[in-house]
Design a protein around this ligand. Structure first.
Ligand SMILES: [Zn+2]
Length: 331
């Protein structure tokens, strides 16, 4: 049985300190996605080239509420570029962008920074935000989305009730090491789970350190994991019969950047990790099927749930990654 690997990329523009200092800072649009250095894109361009070189497809969760600041054009162009490259575009939402609807937003954000969480809202409000976000993708000529990833993995049960009302059947909004939901039934390390009629497919989490009865969890990301860890977790997932593995990255993980995205340098360590991961998935097509949310949608709905896995890496891999990441941060 092959393990389905879902490479997911969150595509979003940056608030870039605007809520902290509205008079001095401005949101950053396409440059935060392209991450261009000397005419070469080290962000989205790097991702699309690397995926194409290994004939892999990914799901890009595209943030659409930024239209309240930028209008349709910048993100529409990004989303179409991703679709034209043969990838899957799904919905990503950061509600903080709706603040820009208010003409007096500079005074408002000065009084209190706007909330960016999809959790803590009533289902009707979630449904309205999701419908608005999905309408943007449709306006841009993309297929209606089937899956939502909430901003920063902020989620609660009401999000699923809202998704159901809005007619979206899938979510990938649990990233347990990044945000711990208040409801225990949402603390999921992976697999597939029906939550109020919506199928949640969480970002994979694994144990990277166990101390007595406590475990420390890590989500499967390019910045957070070493190349050896990524391969170990994928290998273990396949050995233990885990059917679904969701992995996360962002375009800005492949550059070292400042808040305004004006002084970029390539992040060679993360670029090497992503290239290595794609080469690994390309080499081991007998064990791994790299697929997308759009492709899996119908069969997942038919197949239903899969148990949350309990994967763990050996301590020497955790130490190795820690040293490597500290070294990379210092340069
Ligand atoms: Zn995001």
């Amino acid at each position: 049985m092959k393990t389905q690997v879902l490479l997911t990329v969150d595509i979003e523009f940056s608030i870039a300190g605007t809520f902290r200092e509205p008079a001095r800072c401005h949101p950053v649009g396409t440059p935060a996605v392209d991450c261009e250095i000397a005419g070469q894109s080290h962000g989205l361009g790097f991702l699309l080239e690397t995926l194409a070189a290994h004939r892999l497809t990914a799901t890009f969760f595209v943030e659409t509420l930024n239209v309240h600041y930028f209008g349709d054009a910048p993100m529409a162009a990004v989303a179409r570029r991703i679709q034209d490259a043969g990838h899957d575009v799904q919905l990503h939402l950061h509600p903080c962008w709706t603040t820009f609807r208010q003409p007096d937003w500079p005074e408002r954000v000065g009084a209190a920074p706007p909330g960016d969480s999809m959790a803590g809202r009533a289902p009707e409000e979630v449904a309205a935000i999701v419908a608005e976000g999905a309408a943007s993708l449709c306006r841009w000529g993309l297929p209606p989305p089937v899956a939502l990833r909430t901003g920063s993995f902020r989620v609660d049960r009401a999000v699923y009730a809202g998704l159901r009302r809005a007619g979206l059947p899938l979510a990938s909004s649990v990233g347990l090491a990044l945000f711990r939901p208040a409801e225990p039934e949402l603390r999921l390390t992976g697999g597939r789970h029906w939550i109020d009629g919506v199928l949640e497919v969480p970002l994979l989490a694994f144990t990277d350190l166990r101390l007595l009865y406590r475990r420390h969890l890590k989500n499967l990301t390019i910045t957070g994991c070493s190349g050896a860890e990524l391969r170990w977790v994928l290998g273990a997932a396949h050995r233990y019969g885990v059917r679904t593995v969701v992995l996360l990255t962002h375009p800005f993980e492949f550059v070292k950047y400042n808040e305004a995205f004006t002084a970029l340098r390539p992040d060679r360590v993360n670029q090497r990790r992503f290239r290595g991961l794609c080469a690994f998935l390309d080499r081991h097509r007998d064990a791994f099927e790299t697929t997308t949310f759009a492709e899996c949608h119908s069969r997942w709905i038919t197949q239903g749930e899969e148990a949350a896995p309990d994967l763990a890496t050996p301590p020497w891999l955790t130490v190795g990654r820690w040293v490597m990441n500290r070294w990379n941060e210092a340069w």
